[in-house]
Design a binder for this molecule. Structure first.
Ligand SMILES: [Zn+2]
Length: 390
């Protein structure tokens, strides 16, 4: 930004007019992405500060402002690249303060690396949105509460899912690890006609729907309904979940139809600490997987045994019931997002003793160093996991 002309008593009237025009232009540029009043005030304040402007006789002018939130909440800002708290304020851009990391020299803003990054709406809507998600609101209700379109609601929800998943990605499970499988009917609900919802015209007459493309079935269901075939046809998806002592979770689809030890190996290889103890039921493939893994293994005899004692499957069962209930409800999820969904439900389950406010502030401040927030394009282009494709 041009700081050569500053407001001071030596400015000519023409210079002042010129300056005012420049500020006006900067303001309009900055406002392109802004929806809320508070953010407008913040933009104006930053422009005043950047341009060294203040009326005669006063040290510094600040509009009635929420500016202080950036200062007071600095503890919630970390370098999105390396995770360092060691940074300095370094000017501003688009009406927002910029910071420079003293450890890795990267520049970033107050929302860099957070769920809200890359979305134009200000924190109030996001605050409502995160709260609604924690309370289990449906997409329709979230959309109404936050006054955002359904397609924005969908993409924000995916942003939250991805963010939480990023924060646990690659974790190694250790100690006592519970592992079990369950089966989901494949669901292809959602936005294969996504661009249409976004007002982009596209010819769909040659588009093959996902359920057909991936060989699940060759007929269409009513919108959002699911495959109700009984038994383990290969239209069912096998999901395996492992949870350890410290409540780290891996939960993902491992294949179609019956569980296989190969599927389990693929899902958990190099993700379980060698010293850990694996607890499973007595399913053949679970046992085979445990043997091949070389881990100490405890196979539970019965349902009763899985609920008590030091070695049990309580947590994994609790999580599976939550997911199963979701699958039966209208707010079900597309199978391609199953892993994200499981990770999110697990996060909620294991943080259920925290207050709503606490959970909200954890999520809105969450930065996963080195990981970028998911883009709308990535959300749209998400494919069914390779293990589920034929
Ligand atoms: Zn850094």
């Amino acid at each position: 930004m041009d700081k050569s002309i500053k407001y001071n008593s030596f400015m000519t009237d023409k210079e002042k007019k010129q300056k005012a025009l420049e500020i006006y232009q900067q303001l309009i540029n900055s406002l392109e992405e802004v929806e809320d009043k508070e953010q407008v005030i913040d933009v104006v304040n930053t422009l005043i500060e950047e341009n060294g402007l203040s009326p005669k006789g006063e040290e510094k002018v600040t509009l009635k402002s929420i500016r202080s939130t950036f200062i007071n909440n600095n503890f919630s800002i970390i370098c999105p690249k390396c995770g360092s708290y060691n940074y300095v304020k370094n000017g501003s851009a688009h009406g927002k303060p910029r910071f420079r990391c003293k450890d890795c020299s990267s520049f970033f803003g107050p929302t860099s690396g957070k769920i809200t990054e890359g979305t134009s709406s200000f924190s109030k809507k996001w605050d409502k949105f995160i709260e609604g998600m924690l309370c289990g609101d449906s997409l329709t209700i979230l959309s109404e509460k936050c006054n955002i379109s359904l397609s924005t609601t969908h993409s924000w929800r995916m942003k939250v899912f991805n963010h939480v998943a990023n924060s646990t990605a690659g974790e190694i499970l250790s100690g006592i690890i519970q592992e079990d499988e369950f089966y989901l009917p494949a669901s292809f609900k959602g936005n294969w006609k996504g661009p249409l919802n976004l007002g982009i015209n596209k010819d769909y007459s040659n588009t093959i729907p996902d359920y057909q493309k991936y060989g699940f079935r060759d007929y269409s269901h009513k919108r959002g309904s699911q495959d109700t075939k009984r038994g383990l046809s290969d239209s069912k998806v096998c999901v395996a979940t492992a949870i350890d002592d410290s409540k780290s979770v891996i939960g993902k689809p491992i294949g179609r139809g019956n569980v296989s030890s190969e599927g389990l190996e693929k899902a958990f290889t190099s993700r379980l600490n060698e010293q850990s103890i694996l607890v499973t039921d007595k399913s053949r493939d679970g046992i085979k997987f445990a043997q091949n893994s070389g881990l100490a293994h405890y196979a539970l005899d019965s349902k009763t045994e899985s609920r008590k004692g030091r070695y049990n499957l309580q947590l994994v069962n609790a999580l599976h019931s939550i997911i199963a209930e979701k699958t039966r409800s209208r707010s079900s999820f597309a199978t391609k997002n199953a892993e994200l969904y499981i990770t999110w439900e697990a996060w909620k389950l294991f943080n259920k003793n925290k207050s709503l406010e606490e959970k909200k502030s954890i999520l809105s401040a969450l930065v996963v160093p080195g990981k970028k927030t998911v883009t709308n394009k990535e959300i749209r282009n998400k494919q069914l996991p390779q293990v589920l494709q034929k």
